[in-house]
Design a protein around this ligand. Sequence first.
Ligand SMILES: Cc1cc2nc3c(=O)[nH]c(=O)nc-3n(C[C@H](O)[C@H](O)[C@H](O)COP(=O)(O)O)c2cc1C
Length: 200
Amino acid sequence: MDLFTAVEARRSIKHYDASAQMSSSEFHQLIQATMLSPTSYNIQHWRFLRVTDPALRSELKDAAWGQEQVEDASELIILCADINAWKDRPERYWADAPKEVQAVLVPMLTSFYEGKPQLQRDEAIRSCGLAAQTMMLAAKAQGYDSGAMVGFDPDRVAEIINLPDSYLIGMIIVVGKAKKSAKGRGGQLPMDEVLFENSF
Ligand SMILES: Cc1cc2nc3c(=O)[nH]c(=O)nc-3n(C[C@H](O)[C@H](O)[C@H](O)COP(=O)(O)O)c2cc1C
């Protein structure tokens, strides 16, 4: 599918065919594509939690105000990020680069994040956002529908999934086959309200 077609066709789907399944190869293709999303200093700090256990899905649905897509979508992925990834063996992020590039970037990365908790968190959220959009467009290109979700109790979800202390939850992404298409778009702002040139 052409990228612009996928961008136009992707809509947030809330009602899924509960009998539809993604094959294992499709799921892995989806994650492989998502893992090509850009991250600052290539730290790849997203951690994708795939929830396949129906009992967990049901608990998550309760934590998400009963939104039915949590149980019915073929796949449910909780997009998390490790806020401390910047200090976890950072040489891994440049392992394939020439030695002289590694020598500059690895220490630079460390000093960029050290002592800056707000930046570490902002960066984690930014990266989850980019990964989410890659995932949803890739799913569309595979013939699947998707939806991003923040409508849940984050503390409850963290407890259900045993979220490690240094991780945050960016959002939930559901992927599957639509049972009901999306309604008309809610209302797009005109371009001159959102696009500026040179300064505000
Ligand atoms: C980060 C994020 C969280 C969202 N959370 C929910 C949600 O919990 N439940 C829901 O029904 N829709 C949710 N949405 C869907 C938005 O309402 C939807 O993206 C928006 O209305 C635009 O529609 P479209 O995605 O079909 O173009 C979320 C979207 C984003 C990007």
